[in-house]
Design a binder for this molecule. Structure first.
Ligand SMILES: C[S@@+](CC[C@H](N)C(=O)[O-])C[C@H]1O[C@@H](n2cnc3c(N)ncnc32)[C@H](O)[C@@H]1O
Length: 327
């Protein structure tokens, strides 16, 4: 299967925020796209200014092979570097391999467009979606056997841990009932496929709630995906380390797709703004997609963009402060 076309969410808004501080005196600008995916944001930055150079990360083999080909076909090898790694290793990677960027003052911008891409859902055998029957896998880094798959979690985690991840990562109100049914079922035989799990969850829902707008399995599948890929931990780790990598005027932009990720970005940004390295929150309220974008791509409806800038000194006034109150 070829890589599914991925609609890049809030693309124009991201590029505008990340490039707003460019000045004509600079001979090159360095950006990092930590979630390359289909390369939509990367190539928008590539095209925005011929002085832009990018270090990109992805951990998904399909995104990487598709990306390498796209970079080659666009003759972009001298300006786009694509690294096969979890972005939790990005700070170390920069220090060990791209000291040249730090020597020139640091990065002009870092982007994270979190979560999985359309490709993950469309490629049924990856086990992210219950639309097709497939092994319960859900690893983005599918070649990494050190990572527990969704099947490992469903069949090995304690009742308490299953309840916790369904409740905390899925905000699933029938967490207890679903976890108990899983534990009971796996005593007979392990739960191995997406359809088996979907069916089990379906029957844990009260009859009158089984055929709503959202499939009953949606929240637990999200929770498992977050647990498999440690999505909240890696975001937290990265935000804790990103500021020293930015130059003064450099920005970090985070696009999140659910309240758990957005809360981390919001809370971390607030803590960073009070920390030792001077920085300012540029988006007092998260930026949301326009009605037109939601019409074109319904997945974007839950997206939120938050942006923070490293500044010279804490005294500098946030020129956007008058715009909004935080929410
Ligand atoms: C929402 S997609 C990004 C789409 C991209 N911005 C575009 O316009 O095509 C997220 C991508 O980031 C990758 N990803 C998510 N978390 C990651 C992590 N911790 N480390 C490396 N890659 C990650 C996923 O494999 C996926 O390809």
């Amino acid at each position: 299967m070829t890589y599914t076309e991925h609609y890049s969410v809030l693309k124009k808004e991201c590029i505008d925020f990340l490039t707003e501080n460019q000045t004509s005196e600079q001979s090159e600008f360095f950006y990092a796209d930590l979630t390359f995916g289909g390369g939509g944001h990367t190539f928008a930055l590539f095209e925005q200014n011929e002085k832009n150079k990018l270090v990109c990360f992805d951990q998904d083999p399909d995104a990487l092979s598709n990306g390498r080909e796209r970079i080659k076909n666009s003759n972009a090898e001298d300006r786009i570097e694509l690294v096969d790694s979890n972005f939790r290793h990005f700070p170390t990677y920069i220090r060990e391999n791209r000291q040249d960027i730090l020597d020139k003052g640091g990065l002009d911008g870092v982007l994270m467009d979190l979560g999985v891409s359309s490709h993950h859902f469309d490629k049924g055998e990856r086990g992210f979606s219950f639309r097709e029957d497939a092994p319960l896998d859900m690893r983005m880094d599918v070649d990494n056997d050190d990572i527990k798959t969704a099947a490992d979690i469903v069949n090995q985690y304690s009742l308490t841990d299953l309840v916790r991840i369904f409740r905390d990562y899925g905000e699933e109100k029938f967490s207890q009932r679903i976890a108990e049914k899983i534990v009971e079922t796996r005593l007979q035989s392990p739960i191995r496929t997406t359809k088996e799990l979907e069916n089990l969850i379906f029957h844990c829902y009260p009859k009158k709630m089984r055929h709503g707008r959202i499939n009953p399995a949606t929240k637990c599948f999200q929770a498992l995906r977050i647990e498999v890929n440690a999505e909240l931990d890696v975001l937290t780790e990265l935000l804790d380390q990103v500021l020293p990598l930015l130059k003064v005027g450099g920005r970090v932009a985070v696009i999140s797709f659910h309240s758990l990720e957005d809360r981390i970005a919001k809370v971390k940004f607030k803590a960073m703004a009070k920390g030792e390295t001077p920085c300012e929150i540029i988006t007092k309220k998260p930026v949301l997609p326009s009605d037109q974008e939601i019409l074109e791509n319904s997945r974007s409806r839950s997206a939120k963009l938050r942006v923070l800038e490293r500044v010279e000194s804490k005294k500098s006034k946030n020129k956007y402060a008058h715009l909004t109150n935080d929410n």
